[in-house]
Design a protein around this ligand. Structure first.
Ligand SMILES: [Zn+2]
Ligand SMILES: [Zn+2]
Length: 689
């Protein structure tokens, strides 16, 4: 075997050569010709006669396979190679990295034979030795390669996923704890690396039994295996959208848009993941008492009911800060410009917006109330061109600060930060840590909530229907565990460690079992199953059913109804379809889609439907010839030798006599025209009505 196809190849060169195929190995067969002679001449049975074949044809390439970087065949010792490259991938077409490589294998009847891809030559032993050498002698012993023989292909993958090998776990007791490094454990065979392809063949869950091959390093790693879409909801969407307290210098910063929670709280318990994410330092959540109940039907379809008193005390109150920036011309650039092009800040009355809250320097005073149509930063040139920055028409806010500063390049800028306090209001979005999102459907007076024996009233009431199909028992366990933690422990006589026995860790698949949680609740005097006897807030009567109640960690998400509300009378339309635009920033309309259409049809409200979808949308007219049912156009034609008249005219009948005008949505007209352009002509039958 010789490592060369374009001279000596190494990973660095391969990465630079985009046009060539790959860093690869040619497989050569050394061809020898055996010449038999009689014993009498040489004393040997046979000898090899090299001279018979010319030197060029002695080594015949029979195929090429790529070489894995850092494998034994790889020339990676040369200078210029990246010392930190872990290898285990293939370089193909220069830049492309592949972590696996497949070699197609064809089947023959009976014994399976292997053919190399490019030549089609059959060569089994060479290939196996090659793959074996790839597998066995990689540079780092922790980089192992899995060579997998499937029915139709050979797959070479890098193994990267560490698991504990159950059969070697007994070795742990023999070696000293100080030797427990990752590499050491790998050497001992206690840890084992497995590849992607192997994962499906391994038993990875459960306790250690001899029959199982491997065990996870930590049971938390089973988590991703579970098919819970709600985990992804929380970890990808809601976690990003939750409002928190993200910076320590909010009063200096000039972010374009930022949100801050007024009273973020620490979680009641930790998990391994929350410690890694520093959830107890960078908190963005509040502990709310959540009841699972139907509250007068105001929490249907994932909406939630909130306690007005809690909101007035500041629960989930947040602040939105938006900054408007304007560049300030430096003195150098002022010189280069003409006198009347220099932009100057100042308060001058404009047509584009109000300047009531601006000072003479063109900036608003701190505390000014800005409304839609106000100018935030006033500036213009000598010639009168306006460069003012206007408040977005969808916003209103109070001026928090006016900043004159410079950026890293020394460019001066002015920034005006506007602040708006937002208490939760109807339509705002909230979510627990279990992907159970919902919008605020009703703000209820505290007195009207069901209350417990202790007089506890929920902050949030969610609907029980949120649980069965979503399969998020975690939220219920969270409530149960939090409830036990939140209660003051009653010390038993003679036992001082009652408090220390509190379960404060709740890593999934680890310590607290269901029994631990229920026991803890029972110790502080609650029902094991967390249900509570409650009394109707309106009548004072005891309610017949028990209600599940407990503290849940709740997030306020950035989707707020104030940012989304839109309404209009008339306004801009889309130039192509002539239907109203949807964009809120351009005074768009609320979408009236198919579902809404179905709804009006179901109600039989046809006049309403006609108004909504036609009169207020894209009503238009069209000329139809009653004689030939085709569309008549408005054209200019010669009526007599001198006079030319303009009007609807049927070109087919060559007469304007039968033309009628019909009301038709512009969308239909557009469809007619588009079909016409591909040689499909529609005919319209008209009737008087
Ligand atoms: Zn590097
Ligand atoms: Zn006609």
């Amino acid at each position: 075997m010789v490592l060369s196809s374009y001279g000596l190849m190494n990973p660095r060169r391969a990465k630079h050569r985009y046009h060539e195929l790959r860093m690869d190995t040619k497989i050569f067969v050394f061809v020898k010709k055996v010449v038999k002679r009689g014993k009498f001449k040489t004393g040997q049975d046979e000898y090899v006669e090299k001279q018979i074949l010319p030197k060029k044809t002695q080594d015949i390439p029979i195929g090429r396979i790529p070489v894995m970087v850092k494998s034994v065949l790889c020339n990676s010792t040369e200078k210029g190679e990246c010392a930190f490259d872990q290898g285990g991938y293939f370089v193909i077409k220069g830049a492309e990295k592949k972590s696996w490589w497949t070699i197609p294998v064809h089947h023959c009847t009976g014994k399976t034979k292997f053919f190399l891809m490019e030549t089609g030559l059959e060569y089994v032993p060479m290939l196996t030795t090659l793959l074996h050498s790839l597998k066995a002698s990689s540079v780092f012993n922790k980089v192992n390669y899995l060579v997998r023989w499937k029915s139709s292909e050979i797959k070479i993958t890098r193994r990267y996923d560490p698991v504990m090998a159950v059969e070697n776990l007994h070795k742990l007791k023999q070696s000293k704890p100080s030797k427990y490094t990752f590499e050491h454990l790998l050497d001992q065979g206690i840890l084992e690396l497995i590849g992607i392809e192997e994962e499906e063949d391994y038993h990875r869950m459960g306790n250690q039994t001899a029959s199982e091959r491997a065990e996870e390093l930590h049971s938390l790693r089973i988590g991703p295996v579970l098919p819970t879409g709600r985990v992804l909801y929380q970890s990808q969407k809601h976690c990003q959208q939750a409002i928190g307290f993200s910076s320590t210098n909010p009063n200096i910063r000039c972010d374009t848009l930022s949100q801050q929670l007024f009273y973020p709280q620490k979680p009641l318990f930790k998990t391994m993941a929350s410690e890694c994410l520093q959830k107890d330092v960078l908190f963005n959540v509040q502990n709310a008492i959540v009841a699972v109940n139907v509250h007068l039907g105001f929490n249907q379809e994932d909406s939630i009911v909130m306690n007005k008193a809690s909101l007035e005390r500041g629960m989930f109150r947040s602040e939105q800060i938006r900054s408007y920036k304007a560049d300030v011309d430096s003195k150098d650039s002022e010189k280069s410009k003409k006198m009347d092009e220099v932009v100057q800040f100042g308060k001058t009355h404009r047509k584009i917006g109000r300047v009531d809250s601006l000072d003479d320097d063109g900036f608003p005073f701190v505390g000014a109330n800005m409304h839609s149509g106000d100018i935030v930063i006033g500036r213009c040139t000598e010639s009168g061109t306006d460069h003012s920055v206007k408040l977005k028409h969808t916003e209103r806010a109070i001026v928090q600060k006016v900043v004159l500063s410079s950026n890293d390049d020394g460019k001066n800028y002015a920034a005006v930060s506007l602040r708006q306090v937002r208490s939760p209001c109807l339509g705002d979005k909230f979510s627990s840590m279990h992907g159970q999102k919902g919008v605020l459907g009703y703000i209820e007076e505290q007195e009207n909530f069901a209350f417990t024996n202790q007089g506890i009233v929920p902050d949030i009431v969610i609907n029980p229907h949120a649980f069965p199909s979503r399969q998020t028992p975690g939220q219920l366990w969270e409530a149960a565990l939090s409830k036990g933690i939140a209660c003051p422990m009653q010390k038993k006589k003679g036992k001082s460690d009652a408090y220390s026995k509190l379960i404060r860790h709740a890593t999934p698949f680890s310590t607290p079992s269901v029994d631990d949680i229920t026991d803890q609740l029972h110790r502080v005097g609650f029902s094991r199953w967390r249900n509570e006897r409650v009394y109707n807030g309106r009548t004072g009567e005891m309610m017949r059913s028990l209600i599940f109640m407990g503290p849940n960690f709740y997030q306020r998400l950035i989707h707020m109804s104030e940012d989304k509300v839109k309404f209009r009378n008339t306004g801009p339309v889309h130039p192509l379809t002539r239907q109203p635009v949807a964009d809120m920033k351009r005074f768009g309309e609320i979408k009236f889609g198919e579902m809404e259409r179905d709804c009006l049809i179901a109600h039989g409200a046809s006049a309403n439907l006609h108004e909504r979808l036609f009169t207020l949308s894209d009503s238009s007219q069209m000329h139809i010839c009653k004689n030939c049912n085709s569309v008549a156009n408005v054209i200019e034609r010669g009526a007599s030798s001198e006079r030319r008249i303009r009007g609807p005219y049927c070109r087919l009948c060559e007469s304007p006599d039968y033309v009628v005008m019909v009301n038709v949505p512009y969308g239909a007209k557009l469809l007619y025209q588009e079909l016409f352009s591909i040689c499909i002509c529609l005919n319209f039958e008209t009737n008087l009505c």
